[in-house]
Unconditional design. Structure first.
Length: 65
């Protein structure tokens, strides 16, 4: 997911987020600093904030674009 896609999602969830807040969260989740959030990065973040000890895994038949 790109920063533009992430921003759209965040604004739909809560339109009071500032651009700086959105960018800071995006940068925190984008651990490899690729300027995109991959599934594993989002999964890792989700697990951290929800106290889940293990990462979610993609189905074995998932095909990456």
């Amino acid at each position: 997911m790109t920063i533009d896609e992430f921003e759209k999602i965040m604004k739909r969830l809560d339109n009071t987020f500032s651009q700086d807040e959105i960018t800071a969260v995006f940068d925190y989740i984008d651990t490899d600093k690729s300027k995109t959030i991959e599934f594993d990065e989002l999964s890792s973040y989700y697990c951290k904030v929800n106290g889940i000890p293990e990462l979610l895994e993609l189905p074995s038949d998932y095909k990456k674009k």
